[in-house]
Structure formats: structure tokens, C-alpha cells
Design a binder for this molecule. Structure first.
Ligand code: SF4
Length: 380
């Protein structure tokens, strides 16, 4: 723990805060992309310690939150089949689909199991040759290598009863979608350190140049986040827009080349629908042609599912940083972690859950002009 404690040092935190205060002469709006960073910010009260001029906008980097409703409904349909063992990380079990969730399917007799790795699901497939084992492969660039590895091994071992229900998403196209939205107020990004530990930083300079925004690769401990904010504000004050790596203990410029090779061998880039946001071109991965036989959507007939989002849930606006969770009328009343209306209240990385968990019931509203309804979807 010693190493972690050093990144929680209150004296160093005070010094960084002082530097941010003296550097920021104008209002700046920064987006932390990753839901893990959002939780760290709210948990440690970093947003409340910052000077008034520096506003943090929460981004769409929660993998559970952005998994689209139609994929959730496909998961529910597959998990309910008697021949299937459906494996998922625990977060996904309470994410509401159109009319139920995976817990409900489990309660109704579906064989739904929580696993800690796709390799656990692979082991279940080895031990249960007479059952179909499906792993719910969601997430950003961080989870894609292990999922690619699992299906790669399944093919090598000739396991015909293993498949992935894939809903992988990629961060750079999401940044592009956010920046091209008419209502966008983001002036700088704290990029997700874990994503960059896999992919490196090569995808970011083009975005920084095109949109004139600083992008600072940032970690997850309080000092990591304050250092990311300090560097972003300094660039903004100097009129710069570069990519900086403020998380060098985990991120190299070229990322993890072996992990990237595994992703590229098993997946191919595809358009993806983001829950609450809509379609974003080239923003995801699907299994490549060579591995298509391991795609649960192809193995099971789940086309033609009808989906319906609850009308009162504003998670799409939360995920785009257009409102704070407390600006949703359902927050803490009809929507709580026990009775979630949207994935952002369920996920351990969801912004609504962070505000509820850390008792931010009266957080100030999002600054700036409220966008018109037609401006909400950045890619519509
Ligand atoms: S508080 Fe609940 S209903 Fe409101 S945006 Fe968040 S998840 Fe959706």
C-alpha cells in the first residue's frame, strides 16, 4: 500500500491545488473521460476543492453505462436459454434491459454466473462440454485484450461451446463525437490512463490538433488527478494543445504492443451504438471474420429484439457531461442503486452512482447555457 499512499499525500495535494489556483485566471471546463476517475474525483471531493474557474465535466468512460440497450436485451434472451451458461462481470447483472435484468433471468432459472475473468468462462466451457458458455465481453480498450485472448485460446483448443457477446467500445471516436457536438463545452481532456496503458498515446495528437484541446493522460489516485488538472490548466492558460503523459508509471507512448497485437488479431473496428448517446462511427470492435464462429450473436438467433428506454432517465446527458446527475428529477427519488432506472446508477463507475454513494445530493448544476434538446446527441 505504500506506493498507493504516496499518491494520496495531503500535503502534496495542497501544493498542487495551490498551483492550480494561481495558474487558472479564467474559467475552464475539463472532461475526465473515465468513470474510474469520476469516482475518484467525487470520493475524494476533488471537484469541491478546485477553484471556481475550473469545472470538471464527467465523460462517457463507464463501460457498463454505455453498453447499448439492444445488447443488454440480447444478453437477457441468450441467458434465459436452458442450454446456456451466461457469464458476466457482476456489474452487468443489475443493468436494466427493456423489461428485466440478468438477476431476474437468474431468479427465473437462467444459469447466469459472475466471473472475474473471461478465462474463468473459458474454464467453464472446458468443464461443461454439453453446455454453451457465453461471456459478456463489454468494455473499453482495457478489457479487450483479455477477451481477445480467451477466444483465441478457445479456437486453439477447438472448444466449440464457447462464444462472446461483444460490445467493445473505443475512446478516441467518443472524444471526437463529444467535440463535434454543438453543445460541447469541453476545453481539455484528462485521458483515461488504463486505456492508454494498453493503446499508448498515438491516437491522441491528431485529436488535440484538430480540436485545439490539451489531452493529458491521467491516473486515478488523487495526486494523479490533480496533476492531470494542473497540466491541462497550464496548457490552456498558455494557449497550447498537446498530448502529455502524466501517468508514466503505467503508460508508455507505445502502450502494450503485445496486447494491441492480440486485439488486432481477433477484433476489427466497427460502428457502435452507445447507450444514451447513440451511434458513433468506428467506435467499437467486433470479432473479425476469422473468429466470427465465436460470436454469440451469430450462434444464437437474437435479431429483431425491440428495446425501450425509460423516458425519465437522462443518463445520455450525464454521459455527455451536459448535466450533473443531481439535475435528473429521478436522482435519489425513483432512481437509486437499489431501484436503478439507468446504467449510470448501477455501475461501480457510473456518475449517478458516484453522486449517490458519496452523498452529493445538492451538487451545483452544470455551468453554462443549457443545450437545446436537438443538440444533445453529438452524432445525430
Ligand atoms: S439518476 Fe437514474 S434516471 Fe437519472 S440519469 Fe441517473 S440513472 Fe438515469
Amino acid at each position: 500500500m505504500k506506493y498507493i499512499d504516496e499518491f494520496n499525500d495531503p500535503e502534496l495535494a495542497r501544493r498542487l491545488l495551490d498551483e492550480i489556483r494561481t495558474t487558472a485566471t479564467r474559467p475552464w471546463a475539463l472532461m475526465e473521460v473515465c468513470g474510474g476517475q469520476t469516482h475518484s474525483i467525487i470520493r475524494h471531493g476533488i471537484d469541491q476543492l478546485l477553484p471556481e474557474q475550473v469545472e470538471l465535466i464527467h465523460g462517457p468512460g463507464c463501460p457498463v453505462c454505455v453498453t447499448p440497450l439492444d445488447v443488454i436485451d440480447k444478453a437477457l434472451e441468450i441467458a434465459a436459454r436452458p442450454e446456456v451458461i451466461f457469464c458476466s462481470f457482476g456489474d452487468m447483472l443489475r443493468v436494466p434491459g427493456t423489461d428485466r435484468d440478468l438477476f431476474r433471468v437468474k431468479g427465473e432459472g437462467g444459469d447466469v454466473r459472475v466471473v472475474y475473468s473471461p478465462l474463468d468462462a473459458l474454464e467453464l466451457a472446458r468443464r461443461n462440454p454439453d453446455r454453451q458458455v457465453v461471456f459478456f465481453a463489454i468494455g473499453f480498450e482495457t478489457t479487450a485484450p483479455a477477451n481477445a485472448m480467451a477466444v483465441h485460446r478457445a479456437r486453439r483448443e477447438g472448444l466449440g461451446n464457447f462464444s462472446l457477446l461483444v460490445s467493445h467500445v473505443r475512446v478516441p471516436p467518443a472524444i471526437e463525437a463529444i467535440m463535434t457536438a454543438p453543445a460541447c463545452r469541453v476545453q481539455g481532456f484528462l485521458a483515461a490512463g488504463h486505456v492508454c496503458s494498453v493503446m499508448g498515446t498515438a491516437e491522441y495528437p491528431g485529436l488535440a490538433d484538430r480540436f485545439g484541446v490539451p489531452i493529458v493522460v491521467t491516473g486515478f489516485e488523487p495526486l494523479d488527478i490533480l496533476e492531470g488538472i494542473r497540466r491541462t490548466v497550464r496548457q490552456l492558460e498558455l494557449g497550447e494543445h498537446r498530448v502529455e503523459n502524466a501517468y508514466p508509471r503505467a503508460v508508455r507512448d507505445d502502450g502494450n504492443p503485445a496486447a494491441v497485437r492480440m486485439i488486432e488479431e481477433v477484433f476489427e473496428v466497427t460502428d457502435r451504438n452507445w447507450r444514451g448517446i447513440g451511434p458513433i462511427p468506428a467506435s467499437g470492435w467486433r470479432l473479425s471474420e476469422a473468429f466470427r464462429a465465436y460470436d454469440a450473436e451469430h450462434r444464437f438467433d437474437v435479431a429483431g429484439i425491440r428495446t425501450e428506454e425509460p423516458a425519465e432517465c437522462r443518463s445520455g446527458e450525464v454521459l455527455q457531461g451536459l448535466i450533473k446527475p443531481t439535475e435528473c428529477a429521478a436522482f435519489g427519488t425513483t432512481c437509486t442503486p437499489r431501484t436503478p432506472l439507468g446504467a449510470t446508477m448501477v455501475s461501480s463507475e457510473g456518475a449517478c452512482a458516484a453522486y449517490y454513494l458519496y452523498r452529493r445530493m445538492n451538487a451545483p448544476a452544470t455551468q453554462g447555457a443549457r443545450p437545446a434538446a436537438e443538440e444533445m446527441n453529438p452524432v445525430a
